[in-house]
Design a protein around this ligand. Structure first.
Ligand code: MN
Length: 758
């Protein structure tokens, strides 16, 4: 097969691009120039592809991609080739990847979206390129275009393909990053789905790979689309407070700069405020106001120092900093002596500034800094590191593989476990022989036992930590030396699932329990079989099914299990009516619990919310986790047994629902014609003052003519906190009410309560 030579082509053939709704005049000559400009700007950042052979490969990949995508356009109307060019640029510039990765980034969408086949890729480029493109096509085919219960399983497979070539995952991250940067042109539903998925899977993955910049950008962009209002609010406030922060930091670093100059060390000092997403989380999860977070600083001192001196130089800088500022001893983090398992190296300390603010100071060498910013990609550059990058990478991969290989029925649960270990920090502990083991923070004796070996875990009865006897639930601390005590009689217990925190220990316990359960189920089956013959019931599946229905156990194995555990007593069955070897019941046991759940929702008309694309009436209830009211952006979620529930798109559970159970999410919007009232909870704080309650209730019931459902106030040390439940029509009605309340003298904050429990 042959491709036209892009550079020698005189002009493009005019085609209709399917943009019928917009009559766009496209200047093809200008576009061709722009494509070349972008290509050249890609070449400028390919620092690791300097040889003629490298350049030729990149150029060939570019030509193949341009030709293959020539009739395609992005949702924005731009030529499709802008996308692979941008992905390749991210791979080269932000991830520091090599020629092979840049070639594959340029070609990443060709096999999926064009006539090009994997055989073509192999013939034109080579076997390695084929393997990577194959991986990328597979991920995209099942991962981007299908619902999420399958996604979880595929996420696992995707991580397994990682071991073939890490570039697959790095290019996929670059692809997702560019898609997030250009998400504006997608439909609202797509934006929400892609943003949720990014927060749920890609950001943690970037974090785990040590790609902190990319992780932060992915999180901020996700928030921008999931909750545009909060995003604008926080970023606006950050801009407004910029000058104050700069002044503070300049003063803070002045004496440090002086000593570093005296030490004659080359250095650079960077400071950045917290990310918008992390501020958002603090505000929403911990209820801390913006004003208390925005000026939390971390400054970073990056020193020019060669690998032989970098460690001692970092400590010299540490002592220079702490000469001026008092450090908090429990907040010294030494990741220089023992790097994090992600490979991260640095010295962190938190010191007190003269104005009484804590400032985090990170100290690292240029090499450490590049590793932290570009993650594993940069490891390839520093092959002479004490522990080779391949070893660090292999270690991580074997950790991931261990979790992947453990049996698990439920891929989603796997991700939950996986995510859990992604976010936790680590502790370092020792075996009796002095071998160092890395475990997530919060790990217990049982985690350590399973970490050593499943058989040691299964028979573990306790441990000696630093020669003292401790129970299985004992939480380990860095530096502990642990000797596990075992007994042959010990069997795995269900309670262990509550005390184990590592994903791998939990997987192993579950596997062992499943084995145990099989034995118990068989016992129960045997018991029931015997009992049937005593009461003259035939051993038939209809009879077993009848009992399954009667006792609500859903499966026969659960029935047998409960019988063996004597949670269902065989004696109870004496009163059953038996006719001709069959069990007969007059009526089924009624199930009272499910009915109670439905009645708790407030009263409203069925057509207050329009669900799906058609406007047919569907029964729904309003979710109590986020209490939506008209005006809120909402979606429907199909529940098991409670019909459709309406949630706010900013609900704390929304991300999980949209990314894990995308197929159960239904479009929903408010029908504005109905004037119905909705319950909303408001929280106040203020300065305790006689008559304040009176003023508040006056505004609510007299001025605004709003009905109050419940009110409670509590005063302590001159500060009062109150909660009130009111009935409003929609968000406009609510915000006017909140505004009026804020204007009362003495009232400090008025906030909407997201859930009944907050
Ligand atoms: Mn793509």
């Amino acid at each position: 097969m042959s491709f036209d030579h892009f550079f020698n082509k005189k002009s493009f053939v005019h085609k209709s691009f399917g943009l019928a709704s917009r009559a766009v005049e496209i200047d093809l000559e200008e576009e061709r120039k722009e494509i070349l400009r972008r290509y050249r700007s890609l070449l400028r950042v390919c620092n690791r592809s300097k040889t003629r052979a490298d350049r030729a490969k990149i150029r060939k990949a570019f030509e193949v991609a341009v030709e293959a995508h020539k009739d395609m356009r992005r949702k924005s109307g731009e030529p499709y080739i802008y996308h692979p060019l941008a992905v390749a640029k991210i791979a080269a510039e932000e991830l520091g990847l090599d020629t092979l990765a840049i070639v594959c980034a340029l070609l990443h969408d060709t096999v999926e979206d064009t006539y090009i086949t994997l055989e073509d890729i192999q013939n034109l480029f080579g076997k390695k390129e084929r393997i990577i493109i194959d991986g990328l096509t597979k991920i995209s085919g099942v991962f981007d275009h299908q619902n999420t219960s399958q996604q979880a399983e595929n996420f696992r497979k995707m991580l397994l393909t990682l071991s073939d070539d890490v570039r697959v995952i790095l290019i996929k991250l670059a692809d997702r990053l560019h898609n997030m940067r250009t998400l504006d042109h997608m439909s609202r539903e797509k934006q929400l789905k892609i943003a949720s998925e990014t927060l749920f899977m890609y950001a943690p993955l970037a974090h785990r790979l040590g790609l902190y910049n990319i992780k932060t950008e992915l999180e901020d962009l996700s928030l921008k689309f999931k909750d545009p209002e909060s995003f604008e609010d926080i970023s606006g406030k950050l801009q407004k407070t910029q000058a104050v922060r700069t002044r503070f930091i300049n003063q803070f670093i002045l004496p440090i700069k002086r000593s570093l100059d005296e030490m004659k060390l080359g250095y650079e000092i960077k400071s950045r405020p917290k990310s918008i997403y992390s501020i958002y989380n603090k505000i929403h999860q911990k209820g801390v106001p913006f004003e208390e977070i925005y000026d939390l600083f971390a400054i970073r001192i990056i020193i020019d120092s060669d690998e032989d001196h970098e460690k001692s130089d970092c400590w010299r800088v540490y002592s220079a900093v702490t000469d001026f500022y008092q450090p908090s001893p429990e907040r010294l983090r030494d990741w220089i002596s023992i790097p994090k398992s992600s490979g991260y190296e640095a010295l962190h300390t938190t010191v007190m500034s003269p104005t009484g603010k804590w400032v985090e100071v990170q100290i690292r060498s240029t090499r450490m800094d590049e590793l932290a910013e570009k993650g594993y990609a940069a490891h390839w550059k520093y092959k002479s590191a004490i522990e080779s990058p391949e070893t660090i990478m292999d270690k991580w991969l074997s950790q991931v593989k261990e979790v992947l290989d453990s049996p698990s029925d439920n891929a989603i649960e796997f991700i939950d476990n996986f995510k859990l270990s992604l976010f936790s920090e680590e502790i370092y502990v020792f075996t009796p022989n002095g071998d160092l083991k890395t475990l997530p923070k919060g790990s217990t004796t049982i985690d350590f036992a399973f970490h050593i070996h499943s058989q040691i875990g299964n028979h573990c009865i306790g441990a000696k930590v630093n020669t003292k006897l401790v129970p299985l639930s004992h939480k380990l601390r860095s530096g502990d030396q642990i000797e596990i005590l075992t007994s042959k009689k010990q069997r795995p217990k269900e309670e262990w699932l509550h005390i184990a925190v590592t994903a791998s220990a939990r997987q192993k316990i579950k596997a062992a329990l499943k084995e145990e359960r099989k034995i118990i189920v068989d016992e129960g089956k045997e018991m029931l079989n015997k009992h049937f013959s005593q009461i003259k019931v035939d051993w038939l599946s209809v009879n077993v099914d009848e009992l399954v229905r009667h006792f609500d156990t859903f499966t026969s194995s659960e029935l047998f299990y409960r019988i063996a555990k004597q949670r269902i007593l065989l004696d109870e069955m004496k009163s059953f009516k038996v006719e001709g070897g069959r069990i007969k019941f007059y009526k089924k046991k009624s199930n009272t619990t499910s009915q109670q759940l439905i009645t708790s929702s407030p009263s409203f008309g069925n057509n207050t919310v329009l669900i799906g694309d058609n406007t047919q009436k569907v029964d729904f209830t309003l979710a109590t986790c986020c209490n939506p009211i008209p005006g809120d952006e909402v979606f429907g979620f199909t529940t098991v047994g409670e019909g459709i529930k309406i949630h706010r798109t900013t609900c704390v559970n929304a991300q999980e629902m949209m990314s894990k159970y995308a197929y159960r999410v239904i479009k929903a919007r408010w029908n504005s014609q109905n004037l119905v009232q909705f319950e909303v909870g408001l929280k106040f704080t203020g300065i305790d003052d006689v008559g304040l309650v009176q003023k508040i209730t006056n505004i609510i019931s007299t001025d605004m003519n709003v009905n109050m459902r419940a009110i409670s106030f509590e005063a302590r040390d001159g500060i009062f906190e109150g909660k009130v439940v009111v009935l409003v029509h929609d968000t406009d009605h609510l915000s006017t009410l909140m505004q009026n309340l804020k204007e009362i003298d003495g009232v400090l904050t008025v906030d909407r309560i997201e859930s009944e429990f907050s």
